[in-house]
Structures are given as structure tokens and as C-alpha cells.
Design a protein around this ligand. Structure first.
Ligand code: SF4
Length: 247
């Protein structure tokens, strides 16, 4: 599985009574915290003793699934590889989605492990959802992505809203990261979004004709990727000033 999916996979296995809350799983797990390049020996060592494996990989194309198939076939290992045939091609792999996929995989490949171990939890979730939608009479509005509760970035963006109320709007160049949630309601901050530190470069470009100082927001990932370069060029090549604010 992709390393980032570990928590959701363990939660799904836990609901199926195949793992505990500490991540101890009855099903052997290979967790790829580095998904590229794959280490063929690591893959073949894990798969060689298994009749079938399920690749848990978000997104499309299924790069891991294809690469693992290729490694196994070249190594003449006949382990059957499942992936997008039991898990959705697109969409977020939340625990409920994973429960269904893992349950289907187990039903087809491990008859000794009944997928109903969780007391038919997959069917119960479906029943609950359909009963809730009948009672509500209308689809539940989707929950937009937003900051975690208690995120320290919230007060920063709230402060920016207050400052704009007093000073008027300023040009805000956003970058990619959790802080990009500030471009959504209720903050609606940000005139442009560029990734990997380029937000700061773009704000340097639009700064000269602006009446007010422009603002650029980036997280630590963007900063360490490329942030220092536009910061330096901004100081050298424009009248812009740099102030760093850390949350
Ligand atoms: S920075 Fe991101 S992950 Fe951290 S608390 Fe805020 S929204 Fe959550």
C-alpha cells in the first residue's frame, strides 16, 4: 500500500476485526513509504509466499499495480495481483471504501477469512446511509475540505481578513499546501495559486504596479523546495520586502 494510506487501511481492517487499534494486523502488510523507485527484492520477498496480494493505491493510472505486476512476472512469481478491480479507479480511499474493497478481495481470495467478521459492517453502513437519506429527504450537502479543527493557520487567515477590512484588499499569492484551504470559504483569500514556492515568485512579478504590498503565503514544504530562490530574487530584483511569519 502507499504509506499514506496506512491509517485508513488499518481502520478498515479493524472494522473487519482483522487488526487492532495499534496496527497489529492478521493480514501481512507491505507499507511503501517510498513508492518510487520500488525495490524489486523487497516486492518479491513479500509476495513470493502469497497466493494473491491487493495493491492499495489511490489515483489513476495504477502505477504501483503495473510496476509490481512487472516485477513479479519478471521474477517468475505467480502471485495474483489485485488492485483497481476491487477498489475504485478514482476518488479518495477513505476507510469505508477500503472496507468494501478489502472485504471483496478476501471473499474472493481467502475463503478461510470471512469478510463478515465485522458483523456485516459493510452492509450496515450501506443500510444506515440509505435510511439517513430517506429520513432527510434530500442529499446531504458535501463537506468542503477545510483546515483541521484547532489548526494554527486559522487565526493567521482570520487576522488577514481583519487587516483587509481596515486596509482594503491586497494581492495574495497562494502556494500549495494546507494553507491553500484559505482560498475556500469562509476565508476566500488568494488571487492566484502556484506550487513549490512559485507563489512568492508570482507575487514578486505583480508587486510593482500594486498600490499596496503584495502578500505571499507558502508552507514549509514549498519553502524548502524552492521558496528561498524567489525570496532572494524578490529582494534583489524588485522593491518588495520579505517578512516571514510562522504559525
Ligand atoms: S497545517 Fe494542515 S494538517 Fe496541520 S492542523 Fe492545519 S490543516 Fe491540519
Amino acid at each position: 500500500m502507499q504509506g499514506g494510506l496506512f491509517n485508513s487501511v488499518v481502520r478498515a481492517l479493524q472494522q473487519l476485526e482483522l487488526a487492532d487499534t495499534y496496527g497489529e494486523s492478521c493480514i501481512p502488510l507491505a507499507i511503501l513509504n517510498v513508492a518510487y523507485p520500488l525495490v524489486p527484492d523487497e516486492i518479491t520477498r513479500f509476495c513470493a509466499s502469497k497466493r494473491s496480494v491487493l495493491i492499495v493505491e489511490e489515483g489513476q493510472p495504477a502505477f504501483l499495480e503495473q510496476a509490481i505486476e512487472s516485477i513479479l512476472r519478471k521474477g517468475d512469481i505467480q502471485t495474483v495481483v489485485f488492485g483497481k478491480d476491487v477498489l475504485p479507479m478514482a476518488g479518495e480511499y477513505v476507510a469505508e471504501v477500503l472496507q468494501k474493497g478489502i472485504a471483496t478481495f478476501l471473499e474472493n481470495n481467502a475463503p478461510g477469512i470471512t469478510a463478515d467478521r465485522g458483523g456485516g459492517i459493510v452492509a450496515r453502513i450501506d443500510d444506515l446511509k440509505s435510511s439517513a437519506s430517506t429520513q432527510l429527504g434530500a442529499p446531504v450537502p458535501p463537506r468542503p475540505p477545510t483546515f483541521c479543527t484547532g489548526c494554527p493557520e486559522r487565526p493567521v487567515f482570520t487576522a488577514i481578513k481583519f487587516v483587509q477590512r481596515e486596509l482594503g484588499n491586497v494581492h495574495i499569492a497562494a502556494d500549495i499546501g494546507c494553507h491553500t484551504f484559505s482560498t475556500l470559504a469562509p476565508f476566500n483569500l488568494g488571487n492566484s495559486v502556484l506550487g513549490y514556492g512559485l507563489g512568492l515568485a508570482s507575487s514578486a512579478a505583480v508587486d510593482p504596479p500594486m498600490k499596496r504590498r503584495t502578500l505571499s503565503i507558502m508552507g514549509d514544504g514549498g519553502f524548502w523546495h524552492k521558496g528561498p530562490f524567489p525570496a532572494v530574487s524578490r529582494v534583489l530584483c524588485s522593491t518588495g520586502q520579505i517578512r516571514f511569519l510562522s504559525s
